[in-house]
Design a protein around this ligand. Structure first.
Ligand SMILES: N[C@@H](CCC(=O)N[C@@H](CS)C(=O)NCC(=O)O)C(=O)O
Length: 201
């Protein structure tokens, strides 16, 4: 049985969205980041980075949310995993791109504009993050202007990985990026997305 370590209030949200799409059974270790359970030698042996999400799929242990979703979609022969090698490569491209260009930046921006207690917010940190977010959203806008989906003719693991990682953008004004906005809403309207979101909020 697949075991997922990590609360929906963490990057495990992406994994929980994926298993919802796949409709597979799983055991959930609903642990918050840095929870005492993640500091044990047993968990450290599974993921030496002490981070969630981590999965144990009948003894196959994997970390990194993007890799986990690509693995699960491929293993379960999901239509979300692109069959065409070019679309498969695009799914990898967009997953890696998000991790590099937006993942940390959007968390930092939201923390320093609204999530942290006001006294701990640093406007200069938020500004620096925003300066990276704008060109990244411009790049996403350009891609989505050409195509409704990121890797082929339909919603795929590429869209799931990027949209799920941009969870915090649900509270941002995306009017400047209309194609991103409609794509983002289409992704988050999926039943599995709503189900994962309900586990978090
Ligand atoms: N690149 C990793 C990042 C994993 C990560 O940083 N997870 C956070 C929770 S969202 C965590 O476990 N943090 C624990 C810590 O900061 O010590 C992924 O996408 O899975």
């Amino acid at each position: 049985m697949l075991r997922i370590y990590g609360s929906a209030k963490s990057r495990a949200l992406r994994t929980l969205w994926m298993v919802g799409e796949l409709g597979i059974a799983y055991e959930h270790k609903d642990w918050l980041p840095r929870a005492p359970e993640t500091k044990t030698p047993e968990f450290h042996a599974l993921n030496p980075n002490d981070r969630v999400p981590t999965i144990d799929d009948d003894g196959f242990v994997l970390s990194e949310s993007m890799a986990i979703n690509l693995y699960l979609a491929k293993k379960h022969k999901s239509p979300l995993y692109p069959a065409d090698p070019k679309n498969e490569a695009l799914a990898l491209q967009w997953s890696l791109w998000e991790t590099d260009r937006l993942d940390r930046q959007i968390v930092t921006y939201c923390r320093h504009t609204k999530d942290l207690p006001e006294a701990e917010r640093k406007p200069e940190v938020a500004d620096a993050a925003w300066k990276e977010i704008v060109p990244a959203f411009d790049a996403l806008e350009a891609a989505l202007k050409k195509s409704d989906w990121l890797a082929g003719p339909a919603f795929s693991v590429a869209d799931l990985n990027v949209a799920a990682a941009l969870y915090r953008a649900l509270t941002l004004d995306l009017a400047k990026w209309p194609h991103v906005k409609t794509w983002f809403n289409r992704c988050w309207e999926r039943p599995a997305a709503k189900q994962a979101r309900a586990m978090r909020e």
